[in-house]
Design a protein around this ligand. Structure first.
Ligand code: CTP
Length: 449
């Protein structure tokens, strides 16, 4: 018996898919169809898929050509499947010509003619057009945004604004048809969403303006440095029916996300202690905003929202006490250590711009601990360790490019699916971070060292 296998997303199943499946079936006696899982598609940037995996599997089955349907969930699975199911022919549409030649080692690769004039992308575009986004604040962080947005479908950077026009021009020059706006108001008038990457203290005003203009907002972390402002902005966004999301890239990092879910499901028992550190030693060039007290410079405002993230995600917002120890220079903290006491746990974080420390994350539990080596805030790897070392496990993930693509994907997904809050970083968690920043500003339980 000649066995054939083919793969695809098969979203909004159309005539092109049906022809492909028929031709694939004609190549042999038994056809296996691999349908991509939702998370696998999201992971490779295909986040605007309309039908969920069950609907897509049902649609493939309904064509009558598939003898068996399987789910494709990871890179490299094709080789495993070919061997596991004893496949003779791997078939795929001609749009992939040459891309799967490496599989010839395992099965005969056949590229089948693609049906002209139809695709899922076309069908999706007929109903929803790309989200047009404008970048406000075209400095260092924002410069990474266009190339990352480029790999996310359903989004197009169309405008840029910066009080320094040359920065906006530089950012826009690399993007096709991106308008350099003379004012933020001009930018608001031509987009559906904004990405705000201006200095911290200007976030509040820009968010408020954009939300009032009916725009979705992705804003760099820390969103604001005041809990009441954070609450007010989230309420306003919900009232206006727009998405407001804090762009904390660690929250969207695939490895970090999986770690959080695993720990919540009890793999290291009850969490008793968390230690999170991040340091970035910069030569203290006083002209930089990061070293300017008047512009909310300093280690904690700069890095604190990353180190607070695992603490707040795992232990929640209701700590009993927080003490903060900082080493100050010219009014900014070059190093800060915070200790949070919860009813049954302690958590500490360290951030440094003028002190170097091991940037690791250790989460200790009653049955074992999780260790994420530096740079844990953009990790592709972590370990679970136990008393019995034979039980230790290592986990590897993908971390592509600058990592902003994951938060951009989630932002677009929230817009398309009208989700106001994302489990990756809940609104209340963003509010809690802003409250902690505020208590630092107010020097509550603060000790200078
Ligand atoms: N296919 C085809 N003819 C088309 C569209 C798709 O032969 N007009 C084939 C693809 O080459 C692939 C399979 O159908 O072998 C599944 O493709 P998939 O990526 O799910 O479909 P597309 O319509 O190409 O989806 P998208 O637009 O999202 O890329």
């Amino acid at each position: 018996m000649k066995k054939v296998i083919t793969y695809g997303t098969f979203d909004l199943l159309h005539q092109g898919h049906i022809n492909l499946l028929r031709r694939a079936k004609e190549l042999g006696d038994y056809l296996i169809v691999g349908v991509t899982s939702d998370s696998f598609d999201r992971g490779r940037g295909k986040l605007n898929v309309r039908n969920n995996v069950l609907e897509r599997v049902e649609a493939v089955k309904a064509t009558g050509y598939a003898d068996m349907v399987i789910i494709e969930d990871y890179v490299g699975q094709k080789i495993d499947d070919i061997q596991k199911y004893n496949i003779d022919i791997f078939a795929i549409g001609s749009d992939w010509e040459g891309k799967f030649d490496y599989l010839n080692e395992y099965a005969k690769v056949v590229y089948l003619p693609r049906t002209q004039g139809i695709s899922s992308t076309m069908l999706r575009a007929e109903t929803i057009s790309d989200v047009r986004i404008g970048v406000i604040g075209c400095g260092r962080i924002a410069n990474r945004f266009p190339s990352e947005a480029d790999v996310v479908s359903g989004l197009k950077v169309v405008a840029a604004f910066d009080t320094n026009q040359s920065a906006a021009r530089a950012l826009a020059s690399g993007i096709e048809q991106c308008k350099v706006c003379a004012s933020a108001a001009e930018l608001y008038s031509m987009v559906d969403a904004v990405y705000i990457a201006t200095p911290h203290l200007s976030h509040y005003q820009y968010i408020k303006e954009a939300v009032n203009a009916g725009l979705h907002v992705l804003v760099e972390t820390p969103m604001v440095l005041d809990g009441n402002q954070a609450k007010e902005l989230f309420e306003l966004a919900e009232k206006k029916g727009v998405i407001l999301m804090e762009a904390n890239k660690t929250a969207h990092c695939p490895a970090f996300n999986h770690l959080m879910v695993m720990i919540k499901s009890g793999v290291i028992g009850e969490v008793v202690d968390i230690e999170a550190s991040e340091s970035k030693l910069w030569s203290s060039n006083m002209s930089l905003r990061e070293f300017d007290a008047k512009q909310a410079g300093g280690s904690f405002y700069e890095l604190g929202s990353y180190t607070l993230l695992p603490i707040i995600k795992l232990m929640g917002c209701n700590y009993d006490n927080m003490d903060i120890y900082s080493r100050m220079e010219n009014g900014v903290d070059m190093f800060t250590r915070g200790v949070l006491r919860y009813p049954h746990a302690t958590c500490s974080f360290k951030v440094g711009m003028g002190v170097k420390t091991e940037g690791s994350l250790v989460i200790s539990g009653t049955k074992g601990y999780a260790y994420v080596p530096a740079p844990w805030w953009k990790t592709d790897y972590f370990e679970l360790r136990y008393e019995d070392q034979n039980k230790n496990q290592k986990y590897f993930y993908k971390w592509d490019g600058e990592g902003l693509r994951y938060e951009i994907q989630e932002f677009v997904s929230c817009i398309v699916n009208r989700r106001f809050s994302t489990s990756r970083l809940r609104r209340r968690e963003s509010v809690c971070m802003a409250e902690i920043m505020q208590s630092f500003t107010e020097r509550k339980n603060f000790f200078e060292i």
